[in-house]
Design a protein around this ligand. Structure first.
Ligand code: SF4
Length: 352
């Protein structure tokens, strides 16, 4: 991956994820700018409240657990008072706020205090505003001529493509620079959530997704691996620009809307929860090689990412190649069925 140049095209990790589900959906959403009819608004808005409250707290410079809780609760209270969401009752609104407070407490106790200390260490050399988001921009630039993708597609003048991603903050655990992104849940990770090695079913299902000989269709886990590749490359650039040359880089996701761990005591009106934290660098980086070079990337993931990026840049959006999997897995939850020629053609075929 190289520096961007004048013939640089750009994509986003969100777009890459969409294209993994269906390239036509990518065209509707990211080329034509059409809004789909699917709506995950409420959960997303609550996660954004927590995201903002936590990032503002980390930016405060506090590192003591009790002080972090106090600052975070105050910030959440302020954001919540401006939060416009329709509830059935005052009791339900009060309960939802307790859930958010419990999520903040779980975060601070599980990793927040350590992460605040890591930010404090980094802030000696880097302003806190550059370490805390939400939405710190990172990017990775792929040289399509170097990977051979420019020749393969033959339909694009772009020689490089820059892929944008973001993390909510950057911290340090002493040995590594850690990019952290808050997500609603870890469910899209699939088996990645429980694995710590690339070899095994992670590698097998990744290859099978692209293999064509099976009906394996794993756009979300594959998208998470692509996102990890982009974030790590962006973090390496961040590290190098700030002279943190000896740090390795890691990428962690933290779920803020996972209700499976929620415990409610309706008599005492208390809510408790816990948080899982997933380090995606466990599966993306080959541990043995990683010990020898910090620059190692999983070439299988990088190669497929370059190939998909080149296909999108060349404006090739026909879903025919993977139609059976897309029709079975992506179409049923798609917000573009009313304007999609492939979907409508299928409907007409059935009616006929
Ligand atoms: S309806 Fe199906 S084919 Fe059409 S954009 Fe959505 S997922 Fe793709």
């Amino acid at each position: 991956m190289t520096e961007a140049d004048s013939s640089d095209a750009s994509l986003s990790v969100g777009g890459i994820r969409t294209a993994l589900h269906c390239p036509r959906r990518y065209e509707f959403a990211h080329v034509d700018g059409l809004e789909g009819s699917d709506d995950e608004g409420t959960v997303g808005e609550r996660v954004d409240l927590l995201r903002t409250a936590i990032c503002d707290t980390l930016r405060s410079g506090e590192t003591d657990c009790d002080r972090l809780e106090s600052v975070a609760h105050d910030r959440l209270s302020s954001l919540w008072s401006d939060h416009d969401e329709r509830f059935h009752s005052v009791a339900q609104r009060r309960h939802e706020r307790r859930v958010l407070e419990a999520t903040i407490d779980a975060y601070i106790h599980h990793v927040g205090t350590d992460h605040a200390a890591g930010i404090e260490r980094l802030s000696a050399a880097t302003p806190r505003d550059e370490l805390t988001g939400p939405g710190l921009a990172l990017s990775s630039t792929i040289d399509l001529t170097e990977t051979g993708e420019a020749e393969r597609t033959g339909e694009t003048e772009a020689r490089t493509v820059t892929i944008d991603a973001s993390v909510d903050y950057v911290t340090s655990d002493g040995a590594s620079l850690v990019g952290v992104r808050f997500v609603p849940t870890l469910a899209p990770l699939g088996q990645l959530r429980y694995r710590s090695d690339w070899e095994g079913d992670v590698a097998t299902r990744f290859r099978d997704h692209f293999g064509g000989e099976t009906d394996v269709f794993e756009p979300d886990p594959v998208g998470a691996l692509f996102e990890t590749a982009v974030v790590l490359d962006g973090l390496r650039d961040f590290r190098d620009r700030r002279g943190l040359a000896d740090s390795t880089c890691r990428y962690v996701q933290i779920p803020l809307a996972d209700r499976s761990t929620l415990s409610v005591n309706w008599i005492q009106n208390t809510v408790e929860t816990s948080l899982d934290v997933v380090d995606l660098t466990d599966v993306y980086v080959d541990h043995h090689t990683f010990g020898m070079t910090h620059d190692h990337r999983n070439e299988t993931v990088d190669g497929r990412l370059a190939s998909l990026a080149a296909t999108l840049v060349s404006e090739s959006f026909d879903p025919a190649e993977r139609w059976a999997q897309i029709e079975a897995n992506a179409c049923p939850n798609c917000g573009y069925t009313v304007c999609c020629q492939e979907y409508l053609a299928r409907e007409v075929r059935f009616d006929g």
